[in-house]
Design a protein around this ligand. Sequence first.
Ligand code: G6P
Length: 482
Amino acid sequence: MADSGKSALLVAANRGPVSIATGAGGKEEVRRGGGGLVSGMVSALSEVGGLWVCAALSDRERTAARRAPEGHLAEAGYDTGGLDVRMLPLDPSTFSRAYNGIANSTIWFVHHLLYDSANTPVFDAGWRRLWGAYERYNRSFADALAAEAAPGAKVMVQDYHLDLVPRQLRERRDDLRIAHFTHTPWAPPEQYAMLPEAVGREMLTGLLGADHLGFHCARWADAFLACCADLLGADVDRSARTVRWEGRTVQVGLHPLGTAGQEMRERAGQDDVEAGVAHLRDLLGDRKVIARVDRTELSKNIVRGLRAYRELLRSRPEWHGRVVHVAYAYPSRTDLPEYREYTAAVQRVGREIEQEFGTDDWDPLLLEVANDYPASLAALRMADVLLVNPVRDGMNLVAKEGVVLSERECAVVLSRDAGVADEYAPDALMVNPYDVTETAEALHTALSMPLPERQDRRKRLLAAATALPPADWFRQQLDALD
Ligand code: G6P
């Protein structure tokens, strides 16, 4: 913490680095967020005395946040691992409208091109009420950050939940250095222009309140620049990746988030994962494994992935009895009906595959819709082939974690529309995510690839996967603010 009692470095994200849940016996329990991204940012914050501002996501968290002085959890006795966390107890209906109604619906859908344009989206009066909630939710973050930041502090705003914060914060505190990172893709101008014109402009100008805007790859950064030029009429220098807007120059940077190899391997070597590996070995014998691990998320394209596997088994019967598809999908965003329906579709296609091909001694598919992190790491360790076929994806860290963890020199079948494609082509087998036949053929090629070729490709994939681990990724963006 800076001398003034204010913070010199702040992270703002919808989700906090800790969550407060109901543990065994109904007792309150603080859980630390896992994953490299959280630990990368937490270690940078701890170095300089920083603060993480997040939203309370449940009733339990709202109560805790309201009880804590100004929402500072540690001051109310919560064990936040030495980290300063301020949790915002937002009104539940504002939170749900902003998070479910706008961030995970409108913004997520537009950037991932998920709309079925014959029917959706519909921007009516009801939708405009949701948008009002998104503005208020962003303002709550801007108010808290403005109150907590030391003079000249750096503020690192995360993701599409908080696209309006950079501008709102600059209006309150012109002395701050503000960065924003978009973890999703960015829509090309024609798709982005589906949004009501004023809203599309508000999001762009909201982000342009920052000094530095980060994206995972050139494709998303360049789409953002194109939106600024075409829809805002801003002065864009595409080769320098800068935008002149209202007398300021905003820098757009590429920061392709990678995985921390050593940390991943250590986690995947723990007993709970070892038990998962032993279990899979028993079940699968010496069969080849096509593995995938995803949230049950529309953009992940799990249904077409299963259809591709079915087409492989139909067109290449030589694989019958010799391969198993291990697909772990952990439930996500179950408050949204589209997600519940999608999960049901995944399970339906899974059952069809089992019925069509299953025999007494061969189960062609191991599909688990459950939240079981150790089991999913075990699947990645066992992968001969890793299937990552999203419709669109900001980066896709599973593609990186899987390459680190595979003990069988896995080959990767990868959608051309994942951010990681920039770094993985040509060593992954690239596919059009809509082309089920092409994906089936790529699975066959991957399963048939000779070991020396897989080793050779994996060496380069591994270098790409670990090139920019989370701590370095974060440090790069801090440096960009100097
Ligand atoms: C994915 C996306 C991130 C996003 C996160 C939110 O991981 O790639 O961009 O921040 O989902 O997920 P949540 O569970 O918090 O809605």
